[in-house]
Design a protein around this ligand. Sequence first.
Ligand SMILES: Nc1ncnc2c1ncn2[C@@H]1O[C@H](COP(=O)(O)OP(=O)(O)OP(=O)(O)O)[C@@H](O)[C@H]1O
Ligand SMILES: [Mg+2]
Length: 437
Amino acid sequence: MAFLCQKCGYTSFKWMGRCPSCGEWNTFVEEKEETRKTNKEFSKPVPLASAKPVKEIRIKTDIPEIDRVFGGGIVKGAYYLLGGEPGIGKSTLLLQISSILSNKGYKILYVSGEESDFQIKMRAERIGTDSKNIFVMCENDIEGIIEGIRETNPDILIIDSIQTIYSPDFASSPGSITQVRECGGEILRMTKQGECSTFVIGHVTKTGEIAGPKTLEHMVDCVLYLEGEEKENLRILRSVKNRFGNTGEIGIFEMTEKGLKEVKEIEKFFLNRNSEVPGSAIISLTQGTRPLFVEVQSLVTKTPFSIPKRESAGFDIRRLSLLLAVMEKRFNIPFYKYDVYLNVTGGIRIYETACDMGICASLISSMKNISIPKDILFVGEVGLGGEIRPVHLLNIRLKEAERTGFKRAFIPAQSVEVKKISLIKINKLEQIMEVLK
Ligand SMILES: Nc1ncnc2c1ncn2[C@@H]1O[C@H](COP(=O)(O)OP(=O)(O)OP(=O)(O)O)[C@@H](O)[C@H]1O
Ligand SMILES: [Mg+2]
């Protein structure tokens, strides 16, 4: 008998209110500690040089937005975990991938523990797939599922979702840490033996983590998140861990009646190039290796309070205070007399310092009530001395800017290879002030 923290898997022999490992409150649940008795077969140590060379086989969906997130296609024999909030479109995405791959001749087994075959059929009809290569199994018992996998021997296995699967060998309820860990481990063994690529869907908790133990995230080869605002149609597929490619890669989709559609003109979600208002500037950020252009808006108004307000949506408020302090010190702009509101459009969160220059430009523009033309792009980190520092992936950002029709770019003094955009190299933030006069 032991008490297990449902968040991190910490084990204690007595109940505790707060987990000493992860610091969460009220996460301890009593669970019987049971271990499965198996006939163990151990593998033998072999010299690395004599290990069988394995060629990585990639299964491409031929949708660039999806393939890029996987690092160039789904890897044969890999174990994927897909997380996302309820109703965001996880089942839809995997059914669409199933549809594409089944048309290429791959055999798919779709195991659902939460929907009936009728519901899956309805979704399949909505997204327009009727492939005979997709097998559906509505089952919650892991033993039944393993039987099904052996019988079908699929190329792609989908488990929807790990929180609804249970093993009768353990008394705890589906979704508990023991069940998730054991069932996840059992599926991993099947995946590695059978060499099928497996996708497991995981629900996320209120704090945005995949429910169940962190051990599941360590166990899998690749962790993907499907994100987006449910009210809006934009969906972002993001790889947060990838043993076969770059992490942080994103794919952008639009949720339609017929399922997720890749978005080719992303700009239309983030940029409104028709109206020029003071306080609005366009910045460049990168997600993995994918450049994105986003509009930041700020509103700088005289404050009636003794302590001015600083509000920010999508940008670190401490970094905003830092940039305001730099401008106050270097240019004598009395921001302490003004309330500052900053908003990053499209619901995107900025973590990159390469956006600093654009944010400063937006703040000055609102302060001085001068609008910035929408064909200008700002890229550059601002240092405490007001100096503009170099950024990474500048060439990639500018090439994409060229493609999307920007005419001018304010950049740090770095060498770049683009020709169609007129580049204004900036050493000190003061130089932007010249433009915004
Ligand atoms: N008829 C429809 N037209 C347009 N969009 C639809 C339609 N039906 C469903 N959707 C979209 O599909 C989404 C639900 O997709 P899906 O069931 O794949 O989500 P999920 O992440 O698997 O949810 P759950 O966590 O409940 O399993 C809805 O939020 C909605 O955006
Ligand atoms: Mg679902």
